[in-house]
Design a protein around this ligand. Structure first.
Ligand SMILES: Cc1cc2nc3c(=O)[nH]c(=O)nc-3n(C[C@H](O)[C@H](O)[C@H](O)COP(=O)(O)OP(=O)(O)OC[C@H]3O[C@@H](n4cnc5c(N)ncnc54)[C@H](O)[C@@H]3O)c2cc1C
Length: 393
């Protein structure tokens, strides 16, 4: 393993840790945020937190310095994620902009577009959403049918997007639309940045099984998008989208650290409830431990490749498939450990850990769907890693 940290990386790690110890908005390491009345209040609070992190230059460390980053490599990004998780700091509310859209604009936007949008992303002054999926275009994204037609001053977009996380708080969205219906389906798509406050944009929150509404349906009704909001040339949207999806499915330090913490919590829960004496539960705990460690090794492998300048290739599909299914097994073990109390609502005074496990179990049912479903990851592994022939159907 070629990931031994340099003295500079160790120093950077302590800089992050010290800063978090001094600035975390609640007691360091407890991970118990204040209770918010609703998601909007929580988002406002998290914007302030992200702005503070950005002032300390701890957001988007791999971004170039001229756009507010540190111009650092993937190991520095990994260190920040580890330290945020160690501190049990809240997630970045603008993570879609920071991790997906910003890097896409860096790769494909003009310098004017970079100056226009990038500065507001790191401090969460503006939140971006990802307007890719549609009711009939999820796994098969290239089938998307949102249309963009030339108009005075730009393009007019009409169609429906779905599962758009945080659209209700977003000022901008990176949208894929079909500009040439006669071209082969991957070639007729163009990427645009849509002003979410423009006339004709309608956002309807969807309620999830957690009871929360992180994602939305978004209608685009003849929305005017100016020429200078097109990312890349017309018809090149598929290539643009591959940058976004490539990062989304790449290494997953955030999920690694979340699951390292969940593992600790699971062992504590089993000890507190006395279930760690049950031989069947003990086996499940041992499996959870082994699987999280395997996930850690997988992450290190992808990361060491990236640090050596290699692009993360099909192995990121293996990592995505593995962690998402591992997560569901780990959560199922937690629910077994809880036993009958797993059925209690989080607000019930007898609910262990205020219902955090029940909520987390529900949330991670989505892990095998978002960022590419398990079936799609298996197809990628079969075709690109194992070289198996495509299913002719
Ligand atoms: C929590 C969450 C947040 C999300 N946030 C966003 C967001 O911000 N922006 C955005 O654009 N999208 C977002 N998505 C959408 C996500 O990318 C899609 O849900 C995902 O790509 C699957 O598409 P789909 O839901 O249309 O399912 P479908 O593609 O309709 O798939 C249905 C089922 O068929 C299977 N299937 C489909 N094709 C094949 C095949 N070729 N071989 C084998 N099996 C197949 C799938 O695996 C799945 O089990 C989010 C999803 C979730 C769950």
């Amino acid at each position: 393993m070629d990931l031994a940290p340099t003295a500079e990386q160790e120093e950077f790690r302590y800089e992050c840790r010290r800063w978090l110890q001094e600035h975390l908005p609640w007691e360091y390491g407890t991970g118990r945020p204040p209770r918010f009345d609703d998601l909007a209040e929580e988002v406002e609070f998290l914007r302030g937190w992200q702005a503070a992190l950005a002032r300390a230059r701890l957001v988007g460390v791999t971004w170039p310095e001229e756009h507010g980053g540190r111009g650092a490599g993937p190991l520095h990004h990994y260190i920040v994620q580890e330290e945020l998780a160690r501190a049990r700091a809240p997630e970045l509310v603008g993570r879609i902009g920071v991790n997906l859209i910003g890097p896409t604009i860096l790769a494909h936007g003009t310098s004017e577009q970079q100056r226009r949008w990038l500065p507001s992303i790191l401090p969460a002054e503006r939140i971006f959403c990802q307007l890719f999926s549609e009711p009939d275009a999820g796994s098969d994204l290239a089938s998307l049918s949102t249309r963009a037609v030339p108009a005075d001053g730009g393009w007019r977009l009409t169609g429906q997007k779905v599962w758009t996380s945080y659209a209700q708080f977003a000022q901008w969205g990176l949208c894929l639309a079909r500009t040439d219906p006669d071209a082969p389906k991957h070639r007729g798509i163009t990427a645009f940045v849509v002003d979410m406050e423009a006339d004709g944009v309608e956002v309807r929150p969807l309620r999830q099984i957690t009871g929360e509404s992180d994602f939305n349906e978004v209608w685009l009704n003849d929305v005017l998008v100016a020429h200078d909001q097109m990312i890349g040339p017309p018809g090149d949207g598929w290539r643009v989208s591959q940058s976004t999806l490539g990062v989304e499915r790449g290494t997953n330090p955030r999920q690694l650290v979340i699951h390292l913490q969940l593992l600790d919590d699971l062992f504590r829960l089993a000890a507190d409830t006395g279930r760690n004496h049950d031989p069947v539960v003990r086996q499940a705990l041992a499996r959870a431990y082994s699987e999280v460690r395997l996930f850690q090794l997988q992450n290190w492998r992808v990361l060491s490749g990236m640090a050596a300048g290699r692009d993360h290739g099909p192995e990121s599909a293996t990592a995505k498939l593995y962690w998402s299914e591992m997560s569901q097994r780990l959560h199922a073990t937690a629910i077994d450990v809880l036993g009958p109390s797993a059925t209690l609502d989080g607000d019930d005074e007898h609910s262990p850990a205020s219902g955090l496990w029940q909520r987390s179990w529900l949330y991670y049912q989505a892990a095998t769907i978002f960022a590419g479903t398990s079936e799609i990851q298996r197809n990628i592994i079969a075709e690109r890693t194992l070289g198996l022939p495509r299913d002719p159907r």
